[in-house]
Ligand binder design. Structure first.
Ligand code: NAP
Length: 241
């Protein structure tokens, strides 16, 4: 069976995606940055679904580390293929633009946008060679509507939405689809500083979403059920725009 590479697969939405794709029969490559213990918990959860799970730690914002890790995996696993790439790793460093520090801008762009470029560039030649692949980018409502305090994050996510549309047109002929999902407020460690009670009144469904609700849409985009969809961004936000 083919592998799905999930960046930021150790926790939150990424972990739920790993488990969902394992349920669909994929073996999983779990990328993470530093939280090995969490990555091992994801590994266990994938193995409980009866699939293989391997850890592939690297900082998606580090172009050299990322390329070396992916190249080395291909070199050590010549009989295996990566068929699905989920660009999920991302960070928030919110601040009003007027107060924003250069490193808050650079870190968010480097990981959330640069990570998309670095990992996709490493995997794409193999997908093209195999003439088979699904690339799924986790973006955000913030990249569609903009949110005050998130010029860095909104810019990075909006850029990935643009890249999704361009790359989809470049590789459709090679049987590779490129889509994005745009979550609203989802309960994970990334949003633990936001009080759900204060915000839920803004959300038509009156609650935050779960990582599993995002993962099920990623699962759909990774499956043949979505075979004529590419360049699309699907919102998962309880009706909040
Ligand atoms: P999370 O709970 O904070 O988890 C982040 C994951 O990304 C962790 O697995 C972390 O690895 C990994 N990661 C962070 N920086 C990395 C790097 N430089 N290289 C490799 N991995 C890195 O976040 P989440 O809420 O699940 O968010 C996942 C994605 O959904 C992000 O792209 C986020 O922007 C997007 N999103 C989230 C929400 C939400 O409400 N939660 C809404 C819209 C969009 P470690 O465990 O090693 O730190």
């Amino acid at each position: 069976m083919s592998y799905a590479l999930v960046t930021g697969g150790s926790r939150g939405i990424g972990r739920a995606i790993c488990v969902q794709l394992a349920k669909q029969g994929y073996d999983i490559l779990i990328n993470y940055s530093s939280n090995k213990q969490a990555a091992e918990e994801t590994q266990e959860a994938v193995e409980q679904e009866g699939r293989k799970a391997a850890l592939l730690p690297f900082n998606v914002g580090d172009r050299v580390a990322c390329r070396e890790a992916v190249e080395q995996w291909y070199a050590n696993n010549t009989d295996e293929k990566i068929e699905v790439l989920v660009n999920n790793a991302g960070i928030r460093k919110d601040n009003l633009m007027v107060w924003m520090k250069d490193e808050e801008w650079d870190d968010v762009m480097g990981i959330s946008l640069g990570g998309f470029y670095n990992v996709t560039k490493s995997v794409l030649p193999e997908l093209i060679k195999e003439k088979k692949g699904k690339i799924i980018n986790i973006v955000s409502l913030s990249g569609l509507k903009g949110l005050p305090g998130q010029t860095n994050y909104s810019a990075a996510k909006a850029a990935v939405i643009g890249a999704t549309k361009s790359l989809a047109q470049e590789v459709a002929r090679r049987n590779i689809s490129v889509n994005a999902v745009a979550p609203g407020f989802i309960r994970t460690e990334m949003t633990e500083d936001i009080n759900e009670k204060d915000v839920k009144g803004l959300i038509p469904m009156r609650r935050f979403g779960t990582a599993e609700e995002v993962a099920s849409v990623v699962g759909f985009l990774a499956s043949d059920a979505s075979s004529y969809i590419t360049g699309e961004t699907i919102s998962i936000n309880g009706g909040l725009y």
